[in-house]
Design a protein around this ligand. Sequence first.
Ligand code: NAD
Length: 363
Amino acid sequence: MLHKITLIRGDGSGPELIEQAKRAIDKAIEICGKGLEWEIFDAGADVVAKEGTPLPDYVIDSVKRNKVALKGPVTTPLGKGFRSVNVELRKKLDLYVSLRPCKYYKGIKTRISNPDNIDLVIIRENTEDLYAGIEFENGNADTMDLIKFIESKNKGKIRENSAIGLKTISKYASERITRYAFEYAKRTDRKSVTAVTKSNIMKFSDGLFMHTAEEISKNYPEIKFKHKLVDSLCMDLVTVPENYDVLVLPNLYGDIVSDLCAGLIGGLGVAPGANIGENCAVFEAVHGSAPEFKGKNVLNPASLILSGVLMLKYINENKAAEILENAVKKVFEDGRCVTFDIANEPAKAVGTKEMTDAIIEEM
Ligand code: NAD
């Protein structure tokens, strides 16, 4: 069967990284005697002038049709401009799971002294929480009404010229993400699931997430359930990361903790990810569009290539996934053809294309 995949090139450094990832994935599939058909689109800042939106409907329709996409990073303007394409895509396709494996591969330079046993998986709720971006601007009439309403309910004093962001956590979303985490742990033979919140302070919102996770855990007695406060988790992650297996977190903590975990295993250049829903999935690196490196052929293609490995597993092309992951592993371990971020001698680092060439050669 020929798989059709939507390829979203992204902006900034996205297009040059995605081009290399596509080459490596195509090679792995070709070795297995198969092929992929790609539907290629742009999204992001470069598309706005022509289409009036950074995420045209035909891109969404293509993902709905093909059910699988590989996506390059997309820039989100800070504090103004268009809304995040990434958030929009996750919402429109109801991609409620952000899956981010965080595994250390031998040969990669990291500040952690004993990284060999780091092999954890972050499962981040992707649709709600503060990260949904439901906000009220300071000075706005609606915001002032909201402030009056909140104060009339004796919920505390809010300073007059405040902006407000809403943290919404639903029972529905907490149930489906924690169920996904336990099902994932069961399927992949993982031993524990840790729910991460700040429920000592946010007793209703994070409290709901924590209690729901506790309830769901009762259906999976074979998997150890733990709860951890997010601040204390951060401390543990940099001191005893090997104590963790599957982590399940509300959206914002998941976003922050995934970058921290990427730092443990060598940085954003080696951290893959996937956004998964009931009907489709979009695979992408944890990192952003790194616009300062655009066109320089220096960034690490491994995060997008390893996202491709996750994609190949998702479409049941397990042999191709294994061939590709093993080639990446060998290139890391060999250390001669890697980019500046993980090279032991940065002066001898190679470019994005040359590292991909080495991965392809290894296959
Ligand atoms: P970033 O992840 O783009 O880059 C931060 C730093 O990480 C870079 O300066 C670079 O040193 C390093 N880095 C990133 N990718 C790397 C790679 N492949 N190889 C080696 N080093 C790499 O984060 P940022 O600068 O905060 O964000 C830039 C833009 O990307 C913002 O507009 C942000 O909103 C957006 N963003 C998009 C996504 C996405 O599309 N999913 C995710 C995160 C950020």
